[in-house]
Design a protein around this ligand. Structure first.
Ligand code: NAD
Length: 260
């Protein structure tokens, strides 16, 4: 379905982003990976997923808190594949602390990586998408783009911000073949959440499994984690012709978290 298209997935060396890149490659899209840590393993996984379609995979290690590096990544993508057709703004970090104890430099980093980076990639990708009259911008927000949780001021502010950016981008592109939507996951068991599981286990003196159940029990009535594969299937739907008029939604996949 996506053969000949190019998808740039930020923060795709791990977790949800890697799931997105794998699923888009399986649909035939060429992929540009981004993120920290080992890139060879993720590249091999995504290449294998796209092998049947001959999908190509490239990597750029831009730090998403730095505008100049984001600009370089966008130029690199254009030089490798001619431009970005599908932009998945996924890179994100978390820090947990009360507002009055929140380190200002952590606040700045979360706003830069979880929100401002999406502004830069979007503003740089849109001109070519509009010229082609086709594009898909998928912002990985969170249930925390829809509701708050204590101890997560910067994250909740950034995620509410990216839901706002999604709506405005969708409105500005509404008469065109470019769409912009957000996906709002509940708990997904990635390294970002495992850190919170570990903290809970230590804080309460309980096992890893008990800490997972405690975390789910606080928020997620289904009592199970959403998977990167389930989220990626929604992203693939957003890229399909059937979703051509889905614009500006913030679609939660959260085991009932926000329904409460
Ligand atoms: P993760 O820690 O597994 O992956 C994060 C990715 O972002 C990694 O590839 C990492 O290298 C990259 N990254 C971090 N800082 C970066 C930077 N400065 N520049 C470039 N890349 C950077 O986390 P995840 O759980 O897969 O999270 C992915 C997205 O999903 C985030 O935006 C997160 O807020 C969101 N999300 C996660 C959950 C969850 O429960 N895990 C729930 C809702 C939303």
């Amino acid at each position: 379905m996506l053969k000949g298209k190019t998808a740039l997935v930020t923060g795709s060396t791990s977790g949800i982003g890697l799931g997105m890149a794998t699923a888009l490659a399986a649909q035939g899209a060429n992929i540009v990976l981004n993120g920290f840590g080992d890139a060879d393993g993720p590249r091999a996984q995504v290449l294998a997923a796209g092998q049947a379609h001959g999908a190509k995979v490239a990597y750029h290690g831009a730090d998403m808190s730095r505008a100049a590096e984001i600009e370089n990544m966008m130029k690199y993508t254009a030089s490798q594949f001619g431009g970005v057709d599908i932009l998945v703004n996924n890179a994100g970090i978390q820090h947990v602390a009360s507002v009055h104890e929140f380190p200002p430099e952590r606040w700045d980093a979360i706003i830069a990586i979880n929100l401002t980076s999406a502004f830069h990639t979007t503003r740089l990708a849109l001109p070519a998408m509009l010229a082609n009259n086709w594009g898909r911008i998928i912002n990985i927000a969170s249930v925390h783009g829809l509701v708050g949780s204590a101890q997560k001021s910067a994250y909740v502010a950034a995620k509410h911000g990216i839901v706002g950016l999604t709506k405005v981008t969708a409105l500005e592109t509404a008469p065109t073949g470019v769409t912009c939507n957000a996906i709002c996951p509940g708990w997904v068991l990635t390294p970002l959440v495992q850190k919170q599981v570990d903290a809970k286990a230590e804080q309460l003196g309980i096992s890893n499994d008990e800490a997972k159940k405690a975390l789910l029990g606080e928020k997620e009535p289904s009592m199970h984690f959403t998977t990167p594969e389930e989220l990626a299937a929604l992203a693939v739907f957003f890229c399909s012709p059937a979703a051509g008029n889905v614009r500006g939604v913030a679609w939660n996949m959260d085991g009932g978290w926000v329904a409460q």
